[in-house]
Design a protein around this ligand. Structure first.
Ligand code: SF4
Ligand code: SF4
Length: 194
């Protein structure tokens, strides 16, 4: 845990957390805490240098407050939450990400798996079924093989540098957060059934 905390830059805060509290957290909760610390550390200076204008500011604010809010403030799910294709054409305009996220690579493997019917619905499917297991294990193995851990969606710290770069309607931060939520849910499931 501590090594990961250092990697995310949340050194002082994380070292102050009691071991007992950390043990009680599942992976998703822990990531939320770590991401919150990093955002607090970096959002101020980076927001100043990020895309200007009311649209950029609104999108940044929306991402800070929930990651799924539209510019108008109305909550809006991304494509991944709706189990739809992400409209990424791999133009690389949003790259590079300073935190190592392979943005188009993450969306590519998700889209491929969705096209193959290999994205399980963690909300509606019976997680004890063989079909769920087939999809969940297949999804995680392919994702981990295709995108190295240091380039995966959970590395996004919402620094917002990429937010206004996409000309193809991909709300990158929201989609990455939803992909992280999906993989975290599947990894939690895998831990439970082991
Ligand atoms: S918002 Fe996330 S994906 Fe975009 S540049 Fe920042 S860390 Fe990278
Ligand atoms: S800018 Fe948009 S379309 Fe281009 S690689 Fe990034 S997410 Fe995909």
């Amino acid at each position: 845990m501590l090594i990961f905390a250092k990697e995310w830059g949340g050194r002082a805060e994380m070292s102050e957390m009691k071991n007992e509290e950390m043990r009680k957290m599942n992976r998703r909760d822990w990531l939320k805490v770590a991401a919150g610390m990093v955002v607090a550390a970096v959002a101020g200076p980076l927001v100043k240098g990020s895309p200007s204008g009311s649209d950029g500011a609104a999108r940044q604010a929306a991402a800070v407050t929930g990651g799924g809010a539209s510019v108008s403030g109305r909550r809006k799910a991304g494509k991944i939450a709706l189990r739809e294709m992400v409209g990424c054409v791999e133009c690389d305009a949003c790259m590079p990400c300073g935190y190592g996220v392979d943005i188009p690579g993450n969306f590519r493997v998700y889209n491929e798996l969705l096209a193959e019917g290999m994205v399980p619905d963690v909300e509606r499917e019976d997680e004890t079924s063989g079909e769920f297991r087939r999809k969940a294990v297949g999804f995680l193995r392919r994702y981990d093989r295709s995108v190295a851990d240091r380039h995966q969606s959970q590395r996004c710290v919402r620094c917002f540098h990429c937010v206004n770069e996409c000309r193809h309607g991909v709300f990158i931060v929201t989609e990455l957060a939803e992909l992280t939520a999906l993989t975290d849910a599947l990894r939690d499931w895998e831990c439970r059934v082991r």
